[in-house]
Design a protein around this ligand. Structure first.
Ligand code: UDP
Ligand code: LCN
Length: 794
């Protein structure tokens, strides 16, 4: 590409001179974003001079540009030719020359533009994970991203096949290591080598084939143990035989599917720790509090699903072991009417899952009483992880088999814990803050209250240390053809005067796996499922929507016959609820067709301690006043308990309403799948998870939260079509329900997550997935960089 570009630059000097000049018409910022660059080129290509560049390498280059930085006469370009592949160029707008440069030079230029010029004798740290991954298998195709475990299975089983003797030996060793407490599982000392294992399997099969169909492990245990087998192969005759056959096939010739299935049945996971320190983590009255949102819902549902799945699997394996799960969070003594000051709390709907809360302490060792924002939590995590470790070992009675971190702080703690306990580490981000704020790395110094430098450092450490990473969507990893993914944004960036990231994460790494969450089907089920409906709530819901003396609400709907546009979210800036209200306020047509129901935040500014939320509350009141919305918009400034929320979605579906999720960016969006599961036609942001959740025009609609007119137009068109063709509402509604049932359920999630942990555990054991070198390097980065930053938290 660069050769072609160089030729064009020398052949069309005048044209390219004019093109370069276009960059300087953007006066206000030294940086141009993708949309600016596309607009700039689109205009230019329409000119007579511009025509010369049609279908040329320059056009191709401009199509792939993500960002440009300029300081006359220099223009620096960052191009993303396909997902995850970046090239950097430098243009001299006087000499009309182009050169390809490396990422380090590109970042250095950006640093200078924001006023940081590294003195030539000063050393600036560069973080580059490339050398560690050189030997490591990587995906090749963008479409395979997020299916790491399939790839690993294929890649590594073919390796096992090539080194057949060695491979079989490793499988044998692996089968020997399984224990629960002091009970040996799978194999005992009778089997000494691979031929011995094969012989035992043959003997086992022969014996079992002569048994009655309803024979179970206990009946044959003495014989099996005398052949060398321990419990764990299965409860029923059929399952034990199937496991034996699978292993015989694998030892003969490993194939990926068989191997995944076989590993999926091995008893390896009896206890799990889930870490989520920052928010108010509880089961009642916590949602809607600052820093506490979907993550809590996700974890509670996840834990229930995991326990259920673990129980079923352990039973099927023929074992009588009660699995345990601990959700580790922070104990907050001053916690209002929540239970976050209780050291332990059993999780409802489970038999052995507990929330364990450990307090933060100050330097004097005294317990810290108040909630601390997730942006300021950093200095407390190390001590928290040490104190938690003791508590966890006490609660579980042994080392856990898997540690799952949530969000930047939880992932850092899980890195520290897994490192010390030598346990498989799984990372879940939910929402990486980096992508939410434009140039958050570049301007880290200008935004001290966010402490981005500390958060991004924690992210880099934990995502690289993780054995595997779970994401809810593809985009979370790799974005789309047009926009970069949240994880991808960690591949290279700079924090001027602190350090430069040359290669922070590789999105083609097989550690990435998409495992989407679900909606709790006991709560979010279709509106037509009359038998399970909570009809006793209907009077109360009616009051909430239409009642005239409802404390904590604003607006009283004049026309009760109109359908409702419903929205519900935390009152954060990024949720853009005020944007939706403004869109509604400005559209006469929409106001004519439907009422708007908003469940968000509080209507009283003085009830909120969060600056962003206070601003949103004020904006909301201003919109009500300015556009006289009181007769058409109902704002409930309260948090709805989840069964009530579930029935409310259905109540609105009964009246042929819709749900709108207008966020400026949404990492996944649980409300989106909840609304869909109940059958509410959905309109949700095209930025983030909903782009994948919804098939536009079929199971809902994508909206652009930055374009009020288009958003109003889409919703109006829907209501008009639904009014003219009564079946239309139902067609979309049915498609929403099916989409969730087929793709977003917690049982699919739990099965997948447990399989992943086993498969990664296996490969870690038999191959060099341990990444010891990376781990040591990250420990140093943590020790020398993170700890200092954490201690300087503002
Ligand atoms: N939620 C709720 N009642 C409310 C507001 C929110 O139960 O009054 C729940 C909502 O049903 C969803 C979660 O809080 O399960 C919000 O998750 P989402 O992923 O939509 O957004 P987040 O808050 O995590 O950014
Ligand atoms: C956090 C978010 O911001 C949401 O997009 C997710 O749905 C939620 O966590 C659960 O993962």
């Amino acid at each position: 590409m660069i050769t072609e570009l160089k030729t064009l630059f020398s052949e069309h000097r005048r044209t390219l001179y004019l093109l370069c000049q276009q960059f300087y018409t953007h006066e206000d910022s030294p940086f141009l974003l993708r949309s600016d660059l596309h607009q700039l080129f689109d205009l230019f290509i329409q000119t007579e001079q511009g025509q010369l560049l049609k279908d040329s390498a320059v056009e191709e280059l401009f199509c792939s540009l993500q960002e440009a930085s300029k300081n006359e006469p220099w223009i620096y370009l960052a191009a993303r030719s396909t997902i995850g592949h970046w090239n950097y160029y430098r243009l001299h707008s006087e000499e009309i020359e182009i050169d390809e440069i490396d990422v380090s030079e590109y970042l250095e230029f950006k640093e200078r533009l924001v006023g940081y010029e590294a003195p030539s004798d000063e050393y600036l740290l560069e973080l580059d994970m490339t050398p560690f991954n050189r030997e490591f298998p990587k995906l090749q195709e963008a479409r395979s991203i997020g299916r790491g475990v399939e790839f690993l299975n294929r890649h590594l089983s073919s390796k096992l096949f090539v080194e057949k003797r060695e491979g079989s030996r490793k499988i044998l060793d692996f089968l020997r290591v399984h224990q629960h407490r002091s009970t040996q599982l799978m194999l005992n000392g009778m089997i000494e080598d691979v031929p011995g294992l094969q012989a035992a399997l043959r003997k086992g099969v022969k014996f079992l084939k002569n048994c009655d169909e309803d024979t179970c492990w206990d009946d044959v245990a003495p014989t099996m143990m005398s052949y060398g087998f321990q419990p764990g192969w299965g409860r029923t005759l059929e399952d034990i035989l199937e496991m034996f056959h699978m292993l015989m096939d694998i030892l003969e010739a490993p194939d990926p599917q068989n191997l995944e299935k076989f590993l999926g049945r091995i008893p390896m996971i009896f206890s799990i720790v889930v870490v989520s320190p920052h928010g108010y983590f509880g089961q009642e009255n916590v949602l809607g509090l600052p820093d506490t949102g979907g993550q809590v819902v996700y974890i509670l549902d996840q834990v229930r699903a995991l326990e259920k799945e673990m129980k079923e699997q352990i039973y099927r394996q023929g074992l009588d072991i009660e699995p345990s799960i601990v959700v580790l969070t922070r104990l907050i003594p001053h916690c209002g009417d929540t239970s976050c000051n209780q050291p332990e709390e059993q999780i409802a709907g489970t038999s052995n899952a507990t929330i364990v809360r450990v307090p933060f302490r100050n330097d004097q060792g005294e317990v810290i009483n108040d909630w601390i924002s997730r942006f300021k939590i950093w200095p407390h995590l190390e001590r928290f992880s040490r104190e938690s470790e003791r508590k966890l070992l006490e609660t579980i009675g042994a080392r856990p088999d898997l540690i799952i971190g949530n969000y930047s702080d939880g992932n850092l703690v899980s890195f520290l814990l897994s490192r010390r306990l030598r346990v498989t580490q799984c990372t879940i981000a939910h929402a990486l803050e980096k992508a939410k704020y434009l140039f958050s790395g570049l301007y880290w110094k200008e935004n001290p209250e966010y402490n981005f430098q500390t958060q991004f450092t924690a992210d880099l450490v934990s995502m690289n240390a993780a054995d595997f990473i779970i994401t809810s969507t593809y985009q979370e990893i790799a974005g789309t053809e047009e926009s970069l993914g949240q994880y991808e944004s960690y591949s290279s960036f700079t924090m001027p005067a602190l350090y430069r990231v040359i290669n922070g994460i590789n999105i083609y790494d097989p550690k990435f796996n998409i495992v989407s969450p679900g909606a709790d089907d006991r709560v979010y089920f279709p509106y037509y499922d009359e038998e399970n409906r909570l009809t006793e709530l209907h009077d109360e819901l009616h009051e909430l929507i239409y009642g005239d003396h409802m404390e904590g609400s604003r607006g009283l709907l004049d026309d009760k016959d109109k359908p409702l546009i419903f929205t519900m979210a935390r009152l954060d800036k990024v949720k853009n609820i005020t944007g939706l209200v403004e869109c509604y306020a400005k559209s006469e047509r929409l106001r004519e067709q439907a009422n708007l129901l908003v469940v968000a935040g509080s209507i009283h500014v003085d009830h909120s301690s969060d600056a962003e939320e206070r601003y949103q509350i004020e904006t909301m009141h201003r919109l009500f006043d300015e556009y006289q919305l009181d007769g058409q918009v109902r704002w409930l400034g309260k948090h709805l308990q989840k069964n009530k929320a579930g029935e409310l979605y259905r109540y609105i579906a009964d009246q042929k309403g819709v749900f709108v999720q207008p966020a400026l960016f949404e990492a996944f969006g649980l409300t989106v799948i909840e609304a869909m599961a109940t059958g509410l036609p959905i309109f949700a942001t095209q930025y983030g998870g909903p782009l994948e959740i919804i098939v536009d025009g079929k199971s809902g609609f994508h909206i652009d939260p930055n374009d009020n007119e288009e958003m109003a137009e889409k919703i109006c068109t829907f209501f008009e079509r639904a009014a003219n063709h009564p079946q239309y509402w139902k067609v979309i509604s049915d498609a929403c329900i099916t989409r969730v049932e087929e793709n977003y359920t917690w049982s699919l999630y739990a099965r997948r997550l447990l399989t992943l942990s086993r498969v990664y555990g296996f490969w870690k054991y038999v191959s060099n997935l341990e990444r010891e070198e990376t781990r040591r390097y990250l420990e140093m980065f943590h020790g020398l960089m993170f700890r200092n930053l954490a201690s300087e938290t503002q």
